[in-house]
Design a protein around this ligand. Sequence first.
Ligand code: ADP
Length: 617
Amino acid sequence: MENTQTLFDDTESNVSMDQQTAAQIEGLTKRVTQLESGSQLARQIMSILDLDVLLAQAVDLIRTQFHHYFVGVWLVSDKRDFVTLQAGTSHDDDGVPRQGLRIPMTASSSIIKACKRGVYELVDNLASSLDFSRLTLLADVHSELVLPLKEGERVIGVLDILCRRVSAFAPSDVEILQTLAGQLAVAIGNARRYGAEQNRRRLAESLEQSGRELSSSLDLHEMSERVLQVLAPVVSYERGSVILQNNDSMRIVAQHGFPDDARAKALVIPIRPGDVYEQIVASGRPLLLDDVTRDPGWSQVPWLALHRSWLGVPLVAKDKVLGIISLTRREVAAFSPEDATLVSAFAGQAAIALENARLYNELSSAYQTLERLDKTKADFIEIAAHELRTPLTVIKTYTQMLRSRPEVKFDELSAKFLDGVLTGTNRLHRIVNSMLDVTKIESETLKLHKKSIQVFDIIEKIKLEFEDALKERRLDFQVATVELLPLIFADGELLYKAFYNLIVNAIKYTPDGGSIRVDGKILVADKDVTGVEVVVSDTGIGIDPEHHRMIFEKFYQMGEVAVHSSGLTKFKGGGPGLGLAIAKGIILAHEGNLWVESDAYNERLCPGSRFYVHLPV
Ligand code: ADP
């Protein structure tokens, strides 16, 4: 400002401009242009949000507008242990790498000095300076200006400018470039934040995608492959694998970037005390190796190319480490703690999906075993029932013959004994028949002989059969509105069996003096009669809702099997647990439905049960 004032101060008129003033003006003009191009440059780079593009353009613009020989940007690593040349440009193609050069923070160099002190370093003559070691390939450079790039008080890197002339940087240059460095630092900060935001979004998207993809598969191998696929765009790696723990070894289940041979597919790594796998399994935390050759816990698979960086992330589900995701890269220190965090986010999802797949596999193999056992049981029942039926028929026939002989008929005691044998045999016969019914229902070989029938007739017939038992147990039996039901097309004999079982249960599970009802209702949909509903209700002990489904399974009985008393119509006289399975099988074979409603099981309060039968007309 002072200069400008002097310059335009024309109180002394007619003063010819001497040479000094001319030089001043020239200097000022140069400064103005520089300032202009500086602010123009700042505007240009401020709008770039891609860090790589930003740096490449920035070094290019600075070099061309300020006519320097080399301009580079070095950035400090996350761990602040070295700086890396992120972008660089020089006047001619001198073969010097423009990216990736690294200087450790411990080195003595003007770049490191500027980084550490946070103030610019100016070297007027590199020839007399000892610390110019890194760009010795650059010919003929003599002065260097290193400007710290600061975000607040934190140095994030430096802007490095080299010039062929000795003492090339005037204080005014330094001033302008310092302003520019300040703006560049802001732009870098913005681009980084934007990049981080982008990464976060990409991560969220990938996580969402992987969640969707992973939950669509239950195949361990396929799922692990997908984990590696979705991971690739988020954290770049050269070799990746999903390794699951199997007792004391790690077994590879999916891999990317491995040599295409059988060894890679069947890779099994034994877990040794203190090795990287054991460390991860024990800690449940990711492990990052910058250089595997320096880690005692690492053992290199001999036929795999040496990759120095390794990132191992545990797959943890329900506090248990199932295995790890293992990623490698050829170069040293390729993975950052941020990468470990990113992979962990995926690993969390992957582990749950893998655990589900494992449980599913376990379940399905258990299911297969059960199915096999069930088949064996069904076969056994069928054979046993068949084998029992023939001798039973023989016993029954001979007993009946014996019973009708005069010497027995007129001997009261013998007649009573033989009646007992006959009752028992009949009961056995019924059970054996039920067993055969169940096997037919199970194997779906139940044949329906359909005719037009009245449900009412069936119920009346059953009522008649139990007349004595109802009287003996003082049970009131009401059949209401069933006679109004329309004819249905069904197998009368089988429906008899189904309702017989429902009614016999109602009798068995209702205490003396209770009542049983059978109600009918016509089912209508869209003004059309679609079927009939028959409800068998009792005032008995009821059934706990948790058993409502299971009681229809064959051989299912609530309570202890050993303590049940058997008697066809005795209170709580348990049977073999086949009645409801048969009834359900028969109703389902008619394309109908059978279910129970009951509030609770309570022998004192007797809440009662209602068995609903729906049958199409
Ligand atoms: P079971 O031969 O034992 O009677 P079921 O298959 O007919 O076999 O019935 C299965 C179980 O369902 C019975 O053991 C009983 O516990 C329960 N149950 C069936 N019907 C009734 C009912 N009306 N009231 C209470 N419990 C019932």
